[in-house]
Design a protein around this ligand. Structure first.
Ligand SMILES: CCCCCCCCCCCCC[C@H](O)CC(=O)SCCNC(=O)CCNC(=O)[C@H](O)C(C)(C)COP(=O)(O)OP(=O)(O)OC[C@H]1O[C@@H](n2cnc3c(N)ncnc32)[C@H](O)[C@@H]1OP(=O)(O)O
Ligand SMILES: NC(=O)c1ccc[n+]([C@@H]2O[C@H](COP(=O)([O-])OP(=O)(O)OC[C@H]3O[C@@H](n4cnc5c(N)ncnc54)[C@H](O)[C@@H]3O)[C@@H](O)[C@H]2O)c1
Length: 690
């Protein structure tokens, strides 16, 4: 909707009304068309101001409408009509003018903004281009180079930068609508031709003449044609899905009924981190950047000394990167766990060893004040077991960060059967304050992300046994869009991480026979043998690849690995075959997706959006493929089921390839769209079909 009011005197005020960001839905567009007509017809009105309610001008086209047929007045003629009005029209920009919102403002004759406003054309992040004249009006206003920068990066810019670029006519710290009203009163009666951007020539540097062909003249048509292509592309649908899934996960709910809107969070101002290795250091920095005072505890003297040098430097660097003058939080280092007695929340990040973690939790519960939240950064151990040794099991949750913890956007908040809604709400809110995408997940081995990673890694190892090389597997995955293939990624993280977990699970280590079947299923001892050879990845300069030296970053094919693989195959009587990239992708990705369906079935993730957000923000899943569950829908659930059946038939000793019941049920009911799975699962659960 848009509200019309005539201010005392001769100015008409049009207020966009579509909370929370005044997106340009069909109703808003209709409202604008009607109110602009009204202003035009009213002889007493000499000028017009367009603003948005609740401190936001406009967040752009209504992305929710993209999924269905476009109804209501189209944007392009609506903006053209505003530009053609013969009374001055000003946009009063508060909060945001993004995408179609900025395009609407560019159709106005003047633009006045509040100093805190953000402007931009972020369509590219949704797989689109500015489709309501933005690609044409902006270059005419600020030149091709500056416009291309904004259009191709999609970045949000401040009002100050927009003023400098010439997008804005005025910036104010005062009430922006009052300023705009005063402005249009002042300019009423002045000629408007030079303010109609679509009619202006495009100012360009001399070296880009070649870019200015007929496409510029026919720019609006070209814009529409290209937008049509993009609209129909899978990538645009995936990127728009990713936008919404990021927001869906913030509205978490637990099987108990507790949820984001009925659970109070505590605001944390003092925290502690236990263990200052790779993860602990990053977590300290992430907390300090949020303005939280941190007690950082490490028992090993050498590690403590190193961390007290490294952490302030990391903090300074990250504060600089985020343009913060001084890091807001205070950090104190200690070797004594007793020093955490006054904090409100503790995050444990010691080695992935259950008996050590139990010992730390027992100690924490005895030194901390009653009511302190105790969190673990474990990668997959049982949160409930940790909770059981504390005085308040309800105040124990997992806070699973990803390396490097001060950079990576994902946080899995793991609730055990006894975790209280308050503990979950506090961890979720703390994650949000740290700028993370926090996703609530259930307590099962590996939680969501690492649980799905297991079948993915397993398939990659099996493919090596069957004849592939690490490069072939990585290339197929990188071609799909992952920034790094599975072996390159394992070398980066450190091969000893998984080795330690497999030892803890009794799958390898002294006394375990070196067979290719363990605990009743196919097992590949390849990664264990690579570790036993002292090759732990980048940190040792050797892993699945070779590097220039310990800490080297550039992976090169290593003849040792090829000889090792050949000897391994010969020892086990395996005949190498040529494996196509399609098989590599199917085996790795479909096994991972299948586990995603098992996770949904077990209610360890509330919906497919949660899994997809975890994979996009924590595991480098290409955003333009939406996430594993969205991708499954795009490939077709029937196809995924058929290929899993095929691979399981060929590898009956690999349970991860056996199609999940949920996948079968979804196919049986006609493969409904991913957005409806959550509801389907809940219904099936009520009827005990899952
Ligand atoms: C089939 C062939 C057809 C061919 C051609 C058809 C022609 C059609 C013509 C189309 C013309 C295109 C016009 C234009 O160029 C395209 C666009 O404008 S695309 C949209 C561009 N805008 C954005 O990308 C902004 C997205 N939003 C944000 O970045 C942020 O939300 C914000 C505005 C900075 C605010 O941030 P926050 O305050 O943190 O709030 P949230 O992010 O949590 O959002 C709150 C709430 O609002 C919902 N929301 C936000 N923006 C939009 C939007 N543009 N449309 C719909 N909904 C939006 C968000 O999902 C949250 O909802 P909730 O989770 O609370 O339900
Ligand atoms: N490394 C990763 O990529 C990653 C990612 C996510 C989660 N995790 C998890 O985070 C945790 C830590 O992993 P990491 O990679 O940082 O390990 P790390 O080996 O780099 O560091 C662990 C640190 O804990 C210290 N420590 C051991 N016992 C202690 C005690 N009683 N009190 C204080 N400090 C003690 C050690 O001295 C060491 O400095 C593990 O649970 C791991 O599974 C790791």
């Amino acid at each position: 909707m848009a509200m019309y009011s005539r201010l005392p005197g001769s100015v008409a005020l049009i207020t966009l009304q579509n909370p929370p960001v005044n997106a340009l839905s069909a109703a808003v567009r209709q409202g604008i068309v009607d109110t602009v007509q009204r202003a035009l017809k009213d002889p007493k009105v000499t000028s017009v101001v367009i603003c948005g309610q609740n401190g936001k001008f406009c967040g752009g086209a209504d992305i929710r409408e993209f999924a269905g047929p476009m109804l209501g007045p189209p944007l392009v003629p609506m903006i053209h009509a505003i530009e053609a009005v013969d009374k001055p029209v000003a946009a009063a920009i508060e909060g945001v003018a993004l995408g179609g919102g900025l395009e609407l403002a560019l159709g106005c004759h003047y633009r006045i903004a509040h100093s805190k406003a953000l402007l931009g054309l972020p369509e590219v992040t949704l797989g689109l281009l500015p489709g309501a004249g933005g690609s044409q009006r902006l270059p005419r206003l600020i030149g091709l180079t500056a416009a291309l920068d904004l259009i191709t990066t999609g970045r949000h810019i401040s009002a100050a930068e927009a003023l400098k670029l010439g997008i804005l006519d005025q910036v104010t710290d005062n009430n922006v609508v009052d300023q705009a009203v005063e402005f249009v009163r002042r300019v009423a009666g002045q000629p408007l031709d030079s303010r109609r951007l679509s009619t202006l020539p495009c100012p360009c540097p001399p070296d880009v003449d070649s870019l200015l062909d007929k496409a510029m003249v026919k720019g609006m048509e070209k814009e529409r044609d290209l937008l049509t292509t993009l609209f129909n592309s899978g990538q645009a649908r995936a990127l728009q899905y990713a936008f919404f899934s990021q927001r869906v996960v913030g509205k978490w709910s637990l099987p108990s009924g507790a949820s984001w809107d009925n659970s109070a969070a505590r605001t944390i101002s003092k925290a502690a981190v236990i263990g200052l290795g790779t993860m602990g250091r990053g977590i300290v920095v992430a907390l300090a950047l949020t303005g939280i005072s941190v007690v950082a505890v490490e028992t090993q003297e050498k590690q403590l000394a190193e961390a007290s040098q490294a952490v302030p430097a990391m903090l300074q660097r990250e504060a600089g990167r985020r343009s913060l003058a001084t890091p807001p939080g205070v950090i104190s280092f200690s070797s004594n766990l007793q020093d955490v007695s006054e904090v409100e929340l503790v995050i444990e990040a010691v080695f992935e060893d259950m008996s050590l973690k139990l010992q730390v939790f027992r100690h924490l519960t005895s030194v901390c004040r009653p009511g302190t939240l105790l969190c673990s950064n474990t990668s997959g151990l049982d949160i409930d077991q940790l909770a059981a040794v504390t005085q308040s099991p309800g105040l124990v949750v997992g806070m699973h960060f990803f390396a490097p913890a001060h950079v990576m956007k994902l946080l899995e908040v793991v609730y055990g059967p006894r975790s209280s809604p308050e503990a979950v709400a506090t961890a979720m809110q703390l994650g949000k304050r740290m700028g993370k995408v926090s996703v609530a997940v259930g307590n099962c081995p590996g939680f969501v992300g690492n649980r799905m990673l297991k079948p993915y890694l397993e398939q990659a190892n099996f493919l090596l046994e069957e004849g592939a090389t690490p490069q072939q597997v990585d290339e197929a995955l990188e071609e799909f869009g992952f920034p790094m293939g599975v072996f390159r990624m394992s070398d980066l993280s450190g091969l000893d991480v998984g080795w330690r977990i497999r030892k803890e699970a009794g799958l390898t280590g002294p006394g375990v026979e070196s067979t290719r079947t363990r605990q009743g299923r196919r097992y590949s001892p390849l990664p264990d043998q690579v570790c036993e050879a002292g090759r732990l990845g980048q940190k040792t300069g050797r892993g699945w690849y070779q590097y220039d030296g310990p800490g080297g970053r550039v992976a090169r094919s290593d003849p040792w690995v090829h000889i090792f693989l050949e000897a391994y195959r010969a020892e086990h009587g395996l005949v190498a075959r040529s494996i196509a990239p399609e098989e590599i992708l199917e085996r790795c990705l479909y096994a991972l997706i299948n586990e995603g369906f098992n996770i949904l079935q077990d209610a360890m993730a509330a919906g497919p959006e949660d899994i997809d957000a975890i994979y996009v923000f924590g595991y480098g899943w290409p955003r333009h493929h939406g996430g594993p569950m969205f991708h499954a829908g795009q490939v077709g659930l029937g196809r995924i089921l058929e290929r899993l059946q095929h691979h399981h038939h060929n590898h009956p000793d690999v349970p991860h390839l056996k199609p999940s019941t949920l996948l079968r049920r979804l196919v049986a009911v006609g493969s409904p769209p991913v957005q409806t799975w959550r509801e389907f699962i809940n219904k099936e659960r009520v009827h005990s079909q899952l």
